[in-house]
Design a protein around this ligand. Structure first.
Ligand SMILES: *[C@@H]1O[C@H](CO)[C@@H](O)[C@H](O)[C@H]1NC(C)=O
Ligand SMILES: *[C@@H]1O[C@H](CO)[C@@H](O)[C@H](O)[C@H]1NC(C)=O
Ligand SMILES: *[C@@H]1O[C@H](CO)[C@@H](O)[C@H](O)[C@H]1NC(C)=O
Ligand SMILES: *[C@@H]1O[C@H](CO)[C@@H](O)[C@H](O)[C@H]1NC(C)=O
Ligand SMILES: *[C@@H]1O[C@H](CO)[C@@H](O)[C@H](O)[C@H]1NC(C)=O
Length: 431
């Protein structure tokens, strides 16, 4: 695990990696290898054996103290505190049940959640989701799930989608307390790892990294996206209507460089602060520019992050998703089914899309990757209830900072290790 952080530190301060680091690093690697060996000892359902895991943590902490007393302090503590994620899960008409299911699969008491069903969904459906959120005993206990009850009108491909994302981010900044990454998902996304896997792996990462798939090679998009001017009626009408095109075209901006990429991302708290507070004018100018841009969710954050000097070095060029595109890509990705299961696992990605509602592949993911029973929350170290008689182990809560990662953490570590490797990390930033 320490490997992950050293990749980043090395790339960030190459000159500080002198000989004096070799000894602590070697010790660290030996310890990590030993730990890796311990974590491979898992019970049949894939959950690591807890006593070993505890032993592992205290062992490595002790090793680190020993190293620190003799040499310069290590910049990283052995068991960094787990991060917190802030999720937006949004859907439209008919997505109510899937929004609940995705929320259950992503739940952890230390995270923050905003759910939103847009104005196309019926009031009954929104009320049903609201009742679910307000009456759930665990959500009630931790008060970390909220619903945007005054639904926004969201036009797919239009700037109202970006406005909705910024709205949720602003709510999370105001009411969500401490969190480290903002993750934007829809009701047709689903996780492929448990929250403990994600929290465990991300606890070793610098908190300022922004996971965003992007490129400046806009190619055909220059003519079909950057030059046309669109209007999104969702900004000023009460009924939904598709975007429309203005006959006049505009030239490509010279005040900033355009970037484009996937609409799915995990953005750092400092970057969300930068975008929402707007003390620098860049996020605001770019937002106004994107108000007339088709498919603005695939460009707004990408253009801001790469044009801001203080953030471009924090980008990791990935959307952390498994998405199955046609070649060449069409507007919509393939729906994922049971046939895609192996490819999803092999991708090591923590999330996948897009899933048909209540597809059997989701049941397989629940049982094989998330160890989650129907209608229950995804289990983690904080769930200490019994599994007997089909009761939800998470109905009894233990210490919520205890993480119990599963095999998913190893897959995720592989992905992050490759994204932060010398070959991939710096060379793919804002290119
Ligand atoms: C949502 O699920 C409930 C049962 O859990 C079912 O009665 C209802 O019809 C579902 N709604 C939709 C829109 O599928
Ligand atoms: C955020 O999530 C939604 C899914 O509801 C997606 O369609 C949208 O494009 C995402 N990205 C942004 C930047 O809003
Ligand atoms: C970003 O990285 C480049 C190249 O490594 C470096 O020259 C620049 O100073 C860095 N910028 C910031 C703000 O750290
Ligand atoms: C489990 O169910 C059985 C019969 O359905 C019942 O006799 C038993 O008391 C239940 N156990 C618990 C722990 O609820
Ligand atoms: C919870 O667990 C952490 C270690 O994971 C420990 O430091 C803390 O003291 C525990 N809290 C309680 C209330 O037991």
């Amino acid at each position: 695990m320490k490997k992950l952080k050293t990749y980043y530190l090395h790339l960030r301060h190459p000159t500080t990696m002198e000989r004096k680091w070799i000894f602590p690093l070697a010790i660290g690697s030996i310890v990590s290898l030993f730990l890796l060996f311990l974590t491979t000892l898992t019970s049949p359902d894939g959950t690591p054996l807890l006593p070993l895991y505890r032993y592992y943590s205290s062992y490595s902490a002790a090793a680190n103290v020993f190293v620190e007393s003799k040499l310069k302090p290590l910049p990283i503590s052995a068991v960094p505190p787990p991060p917190r994620f802030a999720y937006l899960i949004s859907g439209s008409a008919g997505d109510g049940n899937m929004t609940k299911r995705t929320l259950q699969a992503l739940y952890h008491p230390n995270n923050q959640y905003v759910v939103h069903l847009d104005a196309e969904s019926s009031p009954e459906e929104r009320l049903d989701l609201r009742n679910y959120v307000t009456n759930h005993p665990i959500f009630n206990k931790f008060k970390n799930v909220r619903m945007i009850t005054k639904a926004n009108l969201v036009t797919y491909r239009g700037p109202t989608m970006v406005a909705n994302t910024l709205h949720a981010a602003a709510i999370l900044l105001k009411e969500g307390g401490e969190w480290d990454w903002f993750i934007n998902l829809s009701a047709s996304d689903y996780p492929l790892v448990t929250q403990d896997d994600l929290l465990h792996t991300f606890s070793y990462l610098p908190r300022d990294l922004n996971f965003i798939d992007h490129t400046s090679k806009i190619g055909w998009k220059e003519f079909q996206r950057a030059k046309p001017i669109i209007i999104d009626p969702g900004l000023y009408m009460t009924k939904k209507a598709d975007v429309f095109w203005i006959t006049q075209r505009r030239s490509v901006p010279t005040a900033f460089k355009l970037f484009t990429g996937s609409a799915w991302m995990a953005l750092s708290r400092p970057f969300i602060d930068f975008c929402v507070w707007g003390w620098d004018n860049l996020p605001r100018t770019v937002l106004m520019y994107y108000a007339n841009f088709i498919s603005s969710p695939e460009g707004y954050f990408h253009t801001v992050v790469c044009n801001a000097q203080e953030f471009r070095n924090t980008t990791v060029n990935s959307d952390l998703h498994f998405i199955s595109w046609d070649n060449p890509p069409k507007q919509h990705p393939h729906y994922l089914t049971l046939d895609d299961m192996q490819r999803m696992v092999d991708s090591n990605a923590p999330f996948a899309r897009k899933f048909p509602r209540e597809d059997p592949v989701l049941d397989k993911i629940d049982s094989e990757l998330l160890f989650r029973g129907k209608g229950m929350l995804v289990p983690g170290g904080w769930c200490v209830g019994s599994r007997k008689n089909g009761t939800d182990p998470c109905s009894v809560t233990g210490n919520i900072t205890v993480l119990r990662p599963t095999a998913g953490a190893k897959r995720l570590e592989k992905l992050i290790g490759s994204l932060l490797s010398n070959e991939n990390f710096r060379s793919n930033q804002c290119i």
